[in-house]
Design a protein around this ligand. Structure first.
Ligand SMILES: Cc1cc2nc3c(=O)[nH]c(=O)nc-3n(C[C@H](O)[C@H](O)[C@H](O)COP(=O)(O)O)c2cc1C
Length: 407
């Protein structure tokens, strides 16, 4: 699950345009149960490796996402206390409910890792087990989507984790199956239910498909029919209309928005407004600019260690800084923190600006952005506050329609 794959393949909607469609006449926002929790609506931010860190989760929650899981966290890393691993658990104390996702291939290690997180780094309100990750490095060890090959292992894994962290609710994220010949999501969902999961999330593409082709929403419907626990649908939810259509067509209990939220956290505000029967507020230029700059500020604060966790076992164990996500638990000086933050945030900046007039010019100079001031200056240059169109971007096409929701 590389962020690169996201940049290349995601058919981002034309973000400068109002695109939420007509409000429904429904009025009441449907809430969802997650074990003991009552979530205020059925729109969730999906786990996104390299993307769903606390600043992005916070923005999505503020826009209305009912819950936002961390990216997948290695259960082995949790047991062994790696600093990189622990950095994924960082968040403001106000992030409640706080939900994490873990991965691994061994039921006992998965259970032990989840328990370390819950006991040492809580409060943690819900734990999701990843059985959907398609990448070789994860499946090669029998974790992620590789678990779908063995329904008995799935059931045992879920039961072991449930018993280890009860009463914290456990959910499982699935793919359609390993490949076209073994699309067994309904069977696997039943195994999860037997093991004690309170919900399954389904991204209805096979592991073999990775992110290609269309998500098979009908498999969400069939999985929903196969179990009594909640089913959260995912896959090609690039616009609010698509997410609402998926819910209507499949009977799923919730929609997990993934690539559709990248560069567009406002999708959650649209979803909630539509469900209330209201016209979603448009995103003004000043709100858009302010959100980007706030994201930049929070990313820098993150790198400065604003929400660093006190380790359960004392000293930090330094690891090399990874430019594609995470950071070691040592103090970076202010300059290093800023550079690291902007380097990691560049992908978000490209997503925010995609589909807007000025976006092409912004993309060209993006490699030269290194500081918060650089980002401010680039916004002023290509997307000035007064809404004028600078001469250098006048020839860029103005997006006129949403892109289709397929790859
Ligand atoms: C860059 C990227 C990272 C992802 N990371 C995770 C992850 O850590 N855990 C997980 O369960 N799914 C992960 N996913 C899958 C998404 O949660 C989602 O199920 C999938 O993208 C389908 O939804 P979409 O077509 O609306 O994007 C990732 C997807 C992408 C594109």
């Amino acid at each position: 699950m590389s962020v690169g794959a996201l940049s290349q393949e995601a058919p981002f909607a034309a973000r400068a345009q109002p695109r939420a469609g007509a409000p429904s006449a429904e009025g009441a926002v449907v809430s969802v149960r997650l074990g003991p929790l009552a979530l205020p609506n059925r729109y969730f931010l999906a786990p996104l490796a390299g993307v769903s860190d606390w600043p992005f989760r916070l923005l999505c929650r503020e826009m209305g996402a009912a819950i936002a899981h961390t990216e997948m966290i290695s259960s082995h890393g949790l047991v062994h206390g790696g600093d990189q691993t622990l950095s994924y658990l960082e968040r403001p104390a106000s992030e409640r409910p706080f939900a994490i996702q873990v991965f691994g291939h061994d039921p006992d290690v998965l259970a032990a890792g989840a328990r370390v997180a819950v006991e040492n780094y809580g409060p943690i309100d819900a734990v999701d087990i990843n059985m959907g990750c398609p990448v070789k490095k994860v499946c090669g060890h029998g974790a992620g989507a590789a678990m779908l090959k063995d329904p008995r292992l799935v059931e045992r894994t879920v039961r072991t984790v449930v018993e280890a962290i009860a009463p914290v609710p456990v959910t499982v994220k699935l793919r359609a199956g390993w490949d076209e010949e073994s699309k067994n999501a309904p069977l696997i969902a039943r195994a999860c239910e037997q093991g004690g999961a309170v919900a399954v999330g389904l991204h209805p593409r096979t592991r073999a498909q990775m992110y290609r082709g269309r998500a098979d929403w009908d498999l969400i419907r069939r999985t929903k029919e196969a179990v009594r626990i909640s089913v959260w649908g995912s896959g090609d939810l690039f616009t609010a209309e698509a997410a609402r259509r998926m819910l209507a067509e499949t009977g799923a209990d919730a929609a997990r928005i993934a690539r559709g939220a990248c560069g567009y956290p406002w999708i959650f505000r649209e979803l909630v407004a539509l469900e209330r029967g209201e016209a979603p507020p448009e995103v003004s230029l000043s709100e858009w600019r302010a959100t980007i700059l706030r994201h930049v500020r929070m990313a820098i604060e993150d790198k400065q260690g604003k929400h660093r966790l006190a380790r359960a076992d004392g000293a930090a164990r330094p690891r090399a800084y990874r430019p594609d996500g995470g950071h070691e638990h040592r103090d970076m000086d202010a300059r290093e923190a800023e550079l690291a933050a902007i380097r990691e945030l560049r992908k978000h900046l490209l997503w925010y600006t995609r589909g807007r007039r000025g976006g092409l010019a912004f993309r060209r100079i993006a490699p030269e952005l290194h500081t918060e001031d650089d980002v401010k200056r680039a916004l002023d240059r290509f997307f000035p506050e007064d809404g004028s169109v600078p001469p250098e971007v006048r020839d860029e096409p103005t997006p006129t329609r949403d892109l289709p929701a397929d790859d």
